[in-house]
Design a protein around this ligand. Sequence first.
Ligand code: ZN
Length: 405
Amino acid sequence: MKLRCLDCAHTFPPTLRYACAACGGILEVVGESGLEPPPGLPAGMWRHAARLGVTDPAAIVSLGEGETPLLRAPRIERALPDFEGEIWLKDETRNPSGSFKDRAISAGISKAIELGARGVVCASSGNAGASVAAYAARAGMGAIIIVPAHTPDGKVTQIAAHGAVLLKVPGHYSRSYDLAAALAERHGYANLTTTFINPWAVDGLKLVGPEIRAQLGGRVPDMVLIPTGSGPLVEGVARGFAGAARPPRLVAVQAEGCAPIVRAFEEGAEAVTAWGMPDTIASGISDPLIGYERDGTRTLRLVRRSGGTAVAVSDDALRAAMRLLARGEGLYAEPTGASPIAALPRLLAEGLVPRGAVVVCLITGHGFKDGRAYQEMPARIHAVPAPDDLAAVARLCDAALAEKE
Ligand SMILES: [Zn+2]
């Protein structure tokens, strides 16, 4: 195993290194450990330990991440009048801390421990921070988490519950990113920020592809829709389907209020430029990429190479998608997690979904993390001051059940 620069192909030994020493480019993990799955671990992605980068089984920190359900979405299919095909939901909310980040963090923290790290640092819009806090607690390590001051309460509470040192920084996510890099160096901690900075963490995301393929009975989907901040999950899905005869087209979904990759895609640009201050309810993909625009450019190339597209969705479309997921399919997703569903009408209108397509939507984060958007939606909540009056309560229920949505 080694680390290799995506830009200049320089290689480095498998250490904790966050950029190419020759050109500053993004590093990727080349090779796999071949490790026998260690006994005694919870069910999940470490069943495929041989494909990951950890060589010392004692270093593995697992809470049972990965191997999440893939659910057919019949009501969403019916809600899209022009759609003919299959829509599947890869329910990443079922990971231990409630988001797909657990895959990356389990892989990243385990490798960091193997390489001698004493503690971990992570800049996060919330979900990665919650994941790092949980896995650091599991490992008995110190953790410093840096989040933007406006991060949703659910995520902040979750991070703090695990005992991490939590720093709230004013402004957008990129300011947290810079501080995390500086603190990691100062403390000698591993940086588990889940942009493209930690190649061991990014490598842990590739197993989502083989999981989907196995769950589809060996079929490769035609399209995979991916909520996208800087885009390591796009990389993970691309890697996961590398070698398939016809890999899926990858669709990077961003919010209209923070869409640097979509903007570059639509302009036909070679490189992504940074966004200003994000303005969207989708906190999980509110990444303006200031100072690490190359991460966005990496994702842009992956999307283009796959024959896919990048699409931005409005906050109203996100709310409608959250409602459809929650009421139609029983899934409770945060705004970012619902973004692939929000993108479907747009892709259909633009003729980008072929007849009979098998479409997989990655539902990346749990609704528990950000209840605000749901609290503002119409709901069938009724105060019952006199619960002893059963006839009156039953009439109220009858009326409420009969209401048109
Ligand atoms: Zn390089």
